[in-house]
Design a protein. Structure first.
Lengths: 80, 138, 138, 80
């Protein structure tokens, strides 16, 4: 299992009830992390969208997180 | 002044306009997004903006670059407010200058539309009876 | 402040923005038309604007009314400079506010496009070797 | 013959070499005034357009100027 550090903002932080969590997944693939988060925190499924970033870039579900990369949860943005 | 920035105090609208104005510019278009006192007919007391700052700046820079590629702009600036923002205050200021006005109009609309889709900034509305992260739920 | 005005000194951009901002506004779009330092690759030294003032104000008011009819605006203001104007200074400032930004963008573009067609204001460009009334000849 | 007072702005003033002139026409119709002005000052024909206003309103060529109404020459506008 791979352990990934995850940082959350906005409503994602409220759902996790914390700013950072560690997430275990078989290979560190974003799709696995997404699945695990939804399993542990079903409220994520109620969001309009849930995107992932690695460092400062959006990544797709098939991205595999490299060791020491930080994953950022991006719930629906609402700037402006 | 930087072309993109996040501010925890009032946005420097006049300085942003001066920043984009050049001697060859014929038109400057400025969009100011202000905090409304109501949403869905409910009174808003104030707003709070949170950002994933390094990525927000990076996405704002991407908008600047994409706009410069698509339109013959002289300058473009995107400034966003963070933290608590009172009713009537500016949450975002976008300014574009070009020799002819159509490019500035189109680029300014593009920039605010794209910002609202891609830049990791989150707005929380505070009501008398609670608070809500805007756009979080369908 | 009046919604439309002609000024012989620098346009009060900040006051115009404040004039159109209302607590229910979500978006303000401002167009600033500035004096370029060149036209058709010829260096412009300065500009001079002349108006048939009562009719210019009346045509500017017509634009305000027409824009309010076509878009759900909160406020709109159109201010134009007269007399000598230096390079880089604002010749015209148009500001529109609305609950949602698209109306303000469209109304602001409509207002400047219409002003350039109907409002009796004439611009003279001064070059090193002469002067010309803009757009007078085909 | 009708005498109409005409005020000019911009290049129209330069062409007339004065701010105001009096123009004689059979009935005070704008089309007649236009013809007379072009006959007296051929440079008007070189303009991109020449509109007429009465008081503070644009009028069409078939408008007949009433007594004491002032006619204003509007050469191509270039505000903004």
């Amino acid at each position: 299992m791979i352990t990934t550090e995850i940082i959350a903002f906005g409503i994602a932080k409220d759902i996790l009830k914390q700013k950072k969590i560690l997430c275990q997944s078989p290979s560190g693939k974003i799709s696995e992390i997404r699945q695990k988060l939804i399993a542990d925190y079903p409220e994520f499924e109620r969001l309009s969208s849930l995107k992932f970033a690695v460092e400062t870039r959006y990544v797709s579900d098939d991205y595999v997180v490299k060791s020491r990369e930080i994953v950022v949860l991006i719930p629906p943005v609402s700037g402006g | 002044m930087d072309a993109v920035a996040l501010h925890t105090t009032a946005l420097p609208t006049t300085a942003i306009e001066a920043f984009v104005s050049t001697p060859t510019s014929g038109g400057i278009v400025i969009f100011v997004g202000t905090v409304r006192n109501q949403t869905r007919n409910k009174a808003v007391q104030h707003l709070f903006f949170e950002a994933y700052q390094p990525m927000a700046l990076s996405e704002m820079k991407k908008i600047v670059e994409a706009a410069k590629t698509q339109w013959p702009l002289h300058k473009i600036a995107i400034h966003h407010r963070l933290g608590n923002v009172a009713i009537g205050e500016a949450a975002v200021v976008i300014a574009c200058s070009s020799a002819h006005r159509q490019a500035a109009f189109e680029a300014c609309a593009y920039a605010i539309n794209t910002l609202k889709e891609t830049v990791p900034i989150w707005k929380k509305e505070f009501f008398e009876d609670g608070e809500v992260w805007v756009a979080a739920h369908p």
